[in-house]
Write a protein that binds this ligand. Structure first.
Ligand SMILES: [Zn+2]
Length: 310
């Protein structure tokens, strides 16, 4: 399997983790949309990170990870669906700059936004959004997406976390470790908490010996065995991340409807058809005169509502 996501637990169960390796997803992304190498690598890390975060949450919905930059990188987005369908894209004008802070935090205004969008909204479930600066508590720019997300997890989930990301020629990979939340309340909790702290620091210490190259070159199971053999890792059944774009003709039609009839007609007059290319996967959607007329005919667009179930 070239794309794998594994959840695991270490030792006495105080530390949980996720490891992901994307090969064909990463290949597919680069085949469909070309970006400057720096932006491309950031997108690889973001895609691995989106899968890691989705894998660490008990949440049924899509996870959207965004970098909203104030430098040459305006916006980078990676999305993970509940079945680990992944896609990513970026808007950037990059000319020879290097780190994340130079790309996206040139004036200290860059931020990282994480949105959890529940699959079903019928029980009043609303999307949840968390925002974190691309700088540490002292306002010092962070040069690494892993550090940004570590900060996000500490703030939003209040769970000590450790994270490493890497993207290279062959693969985009990531490793996440989290200290399990305290059970709280019962007798002897303090002892268990100290033990959990100790287990977590030992796991982080072991993981910190890992270099980015090694992360990129290792298969997830081998990596866990090699890093944590003393901690007797328990690995859960693997998930299969895959490239998946959620675009489609209906979504493009909805977008054109939002744009309005006048706008669409003026493009039609000028170009003969309205041509929309998906920013994520490069798919093209063409609307000619007939399609466009159908867009704005209410009787065709809005089928009668089904009778309300009693
Ligand atoms: Zn698409």
């Amino acid at each position: 399997m070239t794309d794998t996501l594994l959840k695991f637990m270490l030792g006495a169960g105080h530390v949980r983790g996720v490891v992901v390796r994307l090969e064909s997803v990463w290949r597919e992304m680069r085949k469909r949309r070309q970006h400057d190498a720096l932006v491309q690598n950031l997108l690889g890390e973001m895609t691995a990170a989106a899968a890691l975060l989705a894998g660490s949450l008990k949440f049924d919905g899509s996870l959207v990870l965004q970098i909203q930059g104030d430098g040459p990188l305006r916006l980078a987005v990676a999305e993970c669906q509940p079945d680990f369908g992944l896609r990513a894209t970026a808007k950037a004008e990059v000319h020879g700059v290097g780190s994340l802070s130079e790309l996206a935090n040139a004036h200290g205004m860059g931020r990282c936004v994480i949105t959890l969008d529940p699959r079903t909204k019928d029980q009043g479930q609303q999307p949840y959004q968390g925002i974190v600066a691309l700088a540490d508590a002292d306002g010092q720019s962070l040069s690494d997406l892993g550090a940004v997300l570590q900060q996000y997890l500490a703030q939003s989930e209040q769970i000590p976390s450790w994270l490493m990301l890497a993207a290279g020629e062959q693969a985009a990979c990531g490793l996440l470790l989290q200290r399990m939340p305290d059970s709280g309340g019962t007798a002897g909790t303090a002892g268990r908490d100290a033990e959990a702290d100790e287990d977590f620091s030992r796991a982080v210490h072991l993981a910190s010996t890992l270099g980015r190259d090694e992360l990129l070159q290792s298969q997830p199971e081998d990596l866990l065995r090699k890093l944590f053999w003393q901690e007797a890792p328990r690995v859960f059944s693997p998930q299969s991340p895959h490239f998946h774009c959620t675009c489609g003709k209906k979504r493009v039609a909805d977008m054109l409807r939002m744009l309005g009839q006048d706008e669409v007609e003026s493009v039609l007059k000028e170009q003969g058809e309205v041509d929309v290319t998906c920013e994520f996967c490069g798919a093209r959607y063409a609307f000619d005169l007939v399609d466009a007329a159908r867009l704005f005919r209410p009787d065709v667009n809005q089928p009668p509502a089904p009778p309300h179930p009693q």
